[in-house]
Design a protein around this ligand. Structure first.
Ligand code: XMP
Length: 511
């Protein structure tokens, strides 16, 4: 890659990924590596950023990497824990703070005309989140800025391109955070801002052509953004040598299989639609437990995909739509999520027996970048703006066991809800929405008849990454109309409820 790169060393802060995104929003390529796995070819990076951390530099946990190959040689910006680490190991003093150092604060410049603060006004709001504080600066430091409660809020080391800030430039509440990162990366470290979706497409296509030559590649399309963008990119690189397989597991949204298949064909993809509804229903018969359902769906998918892949001759590669957060998560400083709440079966790929080499053209991109690349590739904005949909589909939205009739009911309900969101202009304001079919029959009355039918729950959430989420305050008029439509039009449902739980403690899906 011909672009300047930034290395972000992760000490386990919840904001590390945000640093990476902010840098990339400046059209500068960044990579996140755990603090204890510093890349050997450090000269490939034109700047280094140290992240924050939940740990204390005074603690016994060994978050103390050797920075001697970096410090003084490559422009360095140390953030929060990073700044404390720099101070602690260069003769300064870090101690527990006795004033409140969480939340908003405002900068006072101690030294005027610092390039680091170029174009930023005195009083600019920053975001603090730390419990230790830097009491004494390290040797040869120049204090640049303070806040009311934090004297050593920003400093640099004399005659070195080494900068340190106690606040977080990456979070939204630091009003000029991106500007500060630009001052550091462009004006101080001299990086070029030339990493754009267009350049990504051109370079990736070239790299894929070189890597794959005349080899054949197989890819499983899901209808989602990541696999679609990966397919279009590969199609641009190797054309008909890309064989796409789109499996109907019978748990997709109403009419989705045919609509999406038509859309794929319209994009010029070499795609085979495989209708395997019965096979999945058979595999799920009588299973109630959510994790067993996920396993059954995952296994059935692998069987179908494997059957189809074996019908193709001489395929050497399996392409996947893995994106950067999946990669970082699997190597993160803190080792990823501590407990498996749900096994998201699409992470982890296919088993070894397929013996294919793996190609993952999006593995350096964040989700929003995948969307921008997709737009550059001319993919329909409606497809790119689709809500996330779980791999096991409606299978984990039908609580309890799954039958063809239950799938039909839920598809109808879901279609009314989602089409309603679209026609009321609410779809793009919601991060994810769907309906759950509950294992509850309740009494109702229609005309003069007593009914005893199913209950459905509607769920719409706001989120940025699905890790945390809040329910959306949809207009009452919309909920009223939707509930009415569902009960009147979907045979077998006589009650609709709206889910008002946030995540945590609830999750987005009910299973
Ligand atoms: P939860 O329910 O864990 O969901 O709050 C977070 C996000 O993950 C999606 N999800 C899945 N995606 N396979 C998937 O591909 C799964 O088994 C699965 N379970 C949940 C969910 O739709 C939401 O976007």
């Amino acid at each position: 890659m011909q672009h300047d790169k930034v290395l972000i060393l992760d000490f386990g802060s919840q904001y590390t990924q945000l640093i990476g995104r902010r840098v990339r929003e400046l059209n500068i390529y960044s990579e996140i590596h755990p603090f204890n796995k510093i890349p050997t070819k450090i000269e490939e990076y034109k700047a280094v950023i140290l992240s924050g951390s939940p740990y204390s530099v005074r603690g016994n946990e060994a978050l103390h990497p050797d920075l001697s190959d970096i410090r003084g040689k490559t422009p360095l910006l140390a953030v929060c824990y990073g700044a404390q680490y720099l101070a602690h190991f260069s003769g300064g003093e870090v101690a527990p703070s006795n004033t409140r150092e969480y939340g908003r604060a405002n900068l006072s410049f101690i030294k005027q005309n610092e390039i680091f603060f170029k174009g930023i006004h005195e009083g600019s709001q920053v975001w603090m989140s730390h419990s230790d504080t830097i009491k004494d600066l390290p040797a040869n430091s120049i204090l640049m800025a303070s806040t009311n409660d934090v004297k050593n809020a920003a400093f640099r080391i004399e005659n070195e391109p080494t900068y340190a800030i106690q606040f977080h430039p990456e979070v939204y509440h630091t009003t000029d955070g991106k500007h500060l990162l630009k001052n550091f990366l462009v004006d101080i470290a001299g990086l070029n801002q030339d990493w754009t979706p267009q350049s990504f497409v051109e370079e990736t296509v070239e790299a894929l052509q070189e890597k794959l030559g005349n080899d054949k590649v197989v890819l499983g399309l899901s209808g989602g953004v990541d696999s679609t963008v990966a397919a279009v990119l590969l199609n641009k690189a190797i054309g008909k040598n890309l064989y796409c397989i789109f499996v109907n597991n019978g748990l997709l949204r109403k009419n989705e299989f045919q609509n999406v298949l038509n859309q794929y064909e319209g994009m010029g993809l070499n795609v085979k639609g495989v209708d395997a509804c019965d096979r999945f229903l058979e595999a799920l018969k009588g299973i109630h437990d959510p994790e067993r359902k996920r396993k059954a769906i995952g296994n059935a998918f692998i069987e179908v995909f494997d059957d189809e892949a074996h019908k193709l001759e001489d395929v050497l590669w399996l392409a996947q739509g893995t994106i950067y957060p999946d990669v970082i998560e699997s190597v993160s400083a803190t080792g990823g999520p501590s407990a498996t709440i749900k096994s998201h079966h699409n992470v982890g790929g296919l088993p070894d027996f397929m013996k294919l080499k793996i190609v993952e053209p999006l593995k350096a991109l964040f989700k929003d970048e995948v969307r921008r690349v997709g737009a550059t590739l001319g993919i329909d904005p409606e497809l790119l703006g689709r809500h996330p949909f779980p791999g096991p589909g409606l299978g984990i939205r039908i609580l309890g066991d799954i039958t063809a009739e239950k799938v039909r009911i839920l598809q109808e309900v879901d279609a009314i809800f989602i089409n309603g969101l679209k026609s009321w202009g609410l779809y793009d304001k919601v991060w994810q929405a769907g309906a759950m079919l509950l294992p509850v029959d309740s009494v109702g009355v229609m005309g003069d008849e007593r009914t005893y039918e199913k209950c459905v729950a509607l769920r719409a959430v706001e989120s940025t990454d699905g890790m945390t989420a809040d329910w959306v305050n949809l207009p009452y008029e919309f909920l009223q109309k939707t509930s009415n439509d569902i009960i009147n039009k979907v045979k077998g449902v006589n009650r609709v409820v709206y889910d008002i739980s946030s995540k945590p403690p609830a999750t987005i899906e009910w299973e």
